[in-house]
Design a protein. Structure first.
Length: 216
């Protein structure tokens, strides 16, 4: 083996290792997942709500693929105060903020864990204007469509769609997905699995395209 081939081999191995690292590392991820969930914060922080057939990945995965439609949903496990303020103002100040803004613009399913809000540890202890301002930012995120949930709330919701249950796991059809599905199918029909969630904008797309949506 020549020196040159050794060098090429090292580069190839390095690239593969970096690719695998970019996929995130959360215990319970399947080798061939049915879908991905983007976790803003630490994917290990949601290990107690991981569904066995989904892969929970970190922001590095979004940085690599730059495609928010790759993810079934976004879970915000942790936000800094700066990120909270930036997102409420619509600023994509860093990769995490950019991913959330991207998901909002694509009608994505976004969950914000109450435990991920750093100022909430002072709840009931302070009532000064600064704390109230941060609470207004949280309300602004909710107005955008981000759901404020607890870990137990996500676990209960996820349990409805696990293997062995009579209902299939929910999939969210956003406006972008609806546009893709409706193309070339005007006046026709689309069959979707039971449990699939249609965003309001997706419903408008199908209605305008005169596409009949049938649930199995």
């Amino acid at each position: 083996m020549s020196d040159l081939s050794r060098e090429e081999l090292v580069k190839m191995i390095t690239r593969e290792v970096m690719r695998l690292m970019s996929e995130g590392d959360c215990s319970g991820n399947p080798e061939n997942p049915d879908g991905y969930v983007l976790v803003i914060g630490d994917p290990a922080g949601v290990k107690d709500i991981v569904e066995p057939n989904l892969a929970y990945v970190g922001i590095e995965d979004y940085e690599t693929h730059k495609d928010i439609l790759r993810y079934r949903s976004v879970i915000i496990e942790r936000l800094t105060l700066t990120q909270l303020v930036d997102i409420s103002a619509g600023r994509a100040a860093d990769h995490s903020c950019a991913a959330i803004v991207d998901a909002l613009l694509n009608d994505g399913d976004i969950r914000l864990l109450e435990s991920g809000l750093p100022h909430r540890k002072y709840k009931g202890k302070v009532k000064n204007p600064f704390y109230q301002k941060l609470e207004q930012d949280v309300k602004q995120l909710q107005m955008y469509g981000i759901k404020l949930v607890s870990k137990s709330g996500i676990k209960k919701e996820s349990a409805k769609f696990r293997p062995g249950n009579s209902r299939v796991k929910a999939e969210v059809i956003t406006e972008a997905k609806a546009l893709s599905m409706a193309q070339g199918n005007s006046g026709g029909q689309i069959i979707i699995p039971s449990g699939t969630i249609l965003t309001p904008s997706a419903k408008d797309i199908f209605q305008k395209a005169n596409v009949k949506v049938i649930t199995e």
